[in-house]
Design a protein around this ligand. Sequence first.
Ligand SMILES: [Fe+2]
Length: 138
Amino acid sequence: MIGVVAEDSITWTDDFLIGIEELDYEHRMLIKNINLLHQKLLDHDAKDKIEDTLGDIHARMQAHFALEEHFMLENEYPHYTEHKAEHNELLDEYTEFLVRFESKNGMPDCLQAEESLSRWIVNHIVTSDKKMSLIVKQ
Ligand SMILES: [Fe+2]
């Protein structure tokens, strides 16, 4: 399918950098996946193609949050519990969304869900993840 030229859902900026190389790399990859999803939605790609990307995002988020949580524990981050709760909340919401998507009426609210996921990710990186990196690096 010929791609519709569209803006990314999230434009990467160095303001997203938290200064921890492996986590910055993963944030970049996660945003790349979300932008790919955004493009597929705009292109009205087939449901199974969109489902593949939704699955990739899910796997990436799970692995990324696990790594970040491991990193926080290793560094005895004092706000670990709140931070992990934020991760869990998003994963629960995302999993619920996946279940709805897989049911046959899942498509209509997909762009909206993708926008709210994008907002959540950006907000989480620039607030919670940055706060964590500043404290851990002290
Ligand atoms: Fe985080």
